[in-house]
Design a protein around this ligand. Structure first.
Ligand SMILES: [Zn+2]
Length: 264
């Protein structure tokens, strides 16, 4: 596992070409595991570090949102409280019966559902750290971020992503832009998206620019008569000049264009 701060570690795996993390945060009284990847086995390094470091701390699992690459390893923590935004359990269940072929089958161990949920914000005060779970819709209806006020660090889930975000909440653009503007107010130095490297706050502006410009450009093309599959607009047009987009994110970008076309 990679140590990001005095009490923050991440375990990174490859999920179909997307680098994807689970994080461990230790506060004086609690141990937070943030996201559980795609199979219970993926969580072995996190369980080992917990055994080494967590001691008597109370363990909590946080699901940043319902998508399979964030919750399918939940069964690695039998009997542990799982915390999520209020819409998450329903969306995990709906995902389990989806006809969408891009969603893999659930692991044989099943996917235990979050039993502790909240609406806008849930705060764990644990001096000298304070852990805020903040509802940040846009990528999905149930998205949350984990804000460590003491460490000035944000675990962003898929609310922020590098090199570009994935559109996944139908008609979510406006609420996502509102979310990003709220995130800019948080006193953070380091942002760790679920997919991508640890970065500074510039990631928020980069994602906001990408989202707003994709919708603008796709709307203009559609008005000019472009069909859903005629949208040839490379991702580089919406990103800073030095950003490299690999094949996986080029495909994600193409999916975003079609997703936006359906809404504008
Ligand atoms: Zn997601």
């Amino acid at each position: 596992m990679e140590q990001l701060g005095a009490d923050v570690w991440v375990h990174r795996i490859d999920v179909e070409g997307f680098p994807t993390i689970s994080a461990l945060v230790l506060t004086p009284a609690r141990a937070f595991v943030v996201d559980t990847l795609m199979r219970p086995q993926d969580m072995s390094p996190v369980l080992e570090l917990l055994a080494e470091r967590a001691g008597e701390r109370r363990l909590l699992v946080v699901n940043t949102h319902h998508h399979w690459d964030h919750v399918y390893g939940n069964a690695a923590f039998p009997g542990v409280d799982i915390v999520a935004q209020r819409a998450c359990p329903r969306l995990i269940l709906a995902q389990g019966s989806t006809a969408d072929e891009s969603v893999p089958l659930q692991p044989p161990e099943g996917v235990p559902l979050p039993g502790i949920t909240f609406g806008d914000r849930l705060t764990y005060s644990d001096e000298p750290e304070t852990v805020h779970l903040i509802h940040t819709p846009g990528h999905s209806e149930d998205s949350l971020v984990v804000f460590l006020a003491g460490a000035r660090l944000l675990l962003a889930g898929d609310t922020l992503e590098w090199p570009l975000p994935n559109f996944a909440q139908r008609d979510g653009k406006d609420v996502w832009v509102r979310t990003l503007r709220q995130l800019k107010q948080l006193p953070v130095d380091v942002i760790v998206p679920s997919h991508g490297p640890a970065m500074g706050k510039a990631l928020i502006d980069a994602n906001e620019r990408y989202i707003t410009e994709v919708y603008e450009v796709v709307a203009a093309a559609k008005r000019a008569g472009a069909g859903r599959h005629d949208l040839v607009m490379p991702a580089s047009a919406f990103l800073a000049a030095d950003v490299v987009v690999d094949e996986v994110y080029a495909r994600a970008h193409a999916g975003n264009l079609a997703w936006a076309w359906d809404e504008v």
